[in-house]
Design a protein around this ligand. Sequence first.
Ligand code: KIV
Length: 273
Amino acid sequence: MSTNKGIQFRKVTTRTFSVMKQKSEKIAALTAYDFITAMLLDRSGIDLLLVGDSLANVFQGNETTLPVTMDEMIYHTKAVTKGVQRAMVITDLPFMSYQLGVDDAFRNAGRIMKETHSGGVKIEGGERVAESVRKITNAGIPVMGHIGLTPQSIHQFGSYRERGASEEEAFEIFRDAKILEEAGAFCLVLEKIPASLARKITENLKIPTIGIGAGVHCDGQILVTPDMLGLNKEFQPRFVRHYANLEEQIVSAISNYIDDIKKAKFPDESESY
Ligand code: KIV
């Protein structure tokens, strides 16, 4: 239990998610990359914050998630955890931090835990990362799996189209879900797969599923925060709902600020010494 100005918060843990699944209580998750946003999301009551490697796209401006490094993930996670009192924080293992093998995955997961106050790590892939998931969880580090459209494999997939549309692909994704659960993952992200497949996986696992573009039957939902806040109107995939239109609001606020400066309307007397 931690306190903030007399208000008591119960910290969200892997156990919380397990209980939420048993009670059919939905899990609300978002991404965060900096202190102030993490603080606001936490105060709003979000259950889980992911320091996603999507920071390579939305924070660094890259085309893919591949360029982000371990040092950068650690830098951003340190900022996020400072802003969070209640939510569970999970950090993505970035591209090439676990693909070399189990020992590398283990060392990098441990580094994240030791240096950032994160609550666990996320790893993309199914059967091929199962041994890493087993070794990391055996060391007491919570692991979130991520299957379906796994953006670190974009060059192998060739496009960001949905995964699991064919019977063969759906079978493979379902199998990967069961393997990850057996390997010790505490929950799974299901990205861009048919809602019917996500439902089948959700109904057949004891651990919660968190969907992004995977329909309403998942145990929870996650979106990339700058996308759902409407910070970039040009990025409008079907699975993103805009809960705000911050692009317009920010551009309007900054235009007003510039205008006031140019007309010598800012600062006024009350804003001067
Ligand atoms: O990196 C990320 O933001 C993610 C979410 C989209 C699940 O992996």
